[in-house]
Design a protein around this ligand. Sequence first.
Ligand code: SAH
Length: 233
Amino acid sequence: MSTRLRIDILTALPRLFDGWFGESILKRAQDKGLVEVYVHDLRNWATDKHKRLDDYAFGGGAGMVMLVKPIHRAITALKSERTYDEVIYMSPDGELLDQPLANGLSTARNLLMLCGHYKGVDERVRQHLITREVSIGDYVLSGGELAAAVLSDAIIRLVPGVLGNETSALSDSFQDGMVAPPVYTRPANYEDWEVPPVLLSGDQAAIDAWRHEQAVERTRTRRPGMLDTFGEG
Ligand code: SAH
């Protein structure tokens, strides 16, 4: 199978990504050749002898701001080699990441993700170099690296062939507008904690009906707004 998705990540702290992409599903996606992930050290594009990536904010105030120039040089170099579907800045005030957003990005061929640090990036990066801004939630992290890892994981597992069973990503929470029903495995009775008998009945129609009911019930209690959207409320 040929590579379906390439992700390039720009960061001041490339080693933070070592663990994330080196294990489990994300590693297998790369070993199978379905996905390529390249983590680039922004310092490769720093221009002064101290390899500076940040400077004081105009107008004063605490915190450093990431320089336009190294980011501009990095993005220009990467864009000269391929066309990116999106150049994404990870940002707390960006579009909130949800399943539909991940689904949409999973059909891309090339994605570039920029991780900020300190107070964030010079606003001109966002004005001139970025096509999309994504937040992983309404809270502030110290850097964009975890956010880029979260976004990459959510996208990569949707790429066809990455999960063993093609249907399994579709049965996850949110894919049909509901959260997932509970799951159980052996033993059927663990210290008197029992598995719902229907799951052991062998009656697939009854099992499917039970799972659907459970999903509706869980969604009603945990994510009530979601049912309104899908008309099950
Ligand atoms: N001063 C900025 C926060 C900077 S946090 C503000 O108030 O908006 C430093 C970096 O962490 C950001 O540049 C961004 O890349 C990343 N980051 C922080 N929280 C994030 C979130 N919820 N989602 C995505 N990226 C985030």
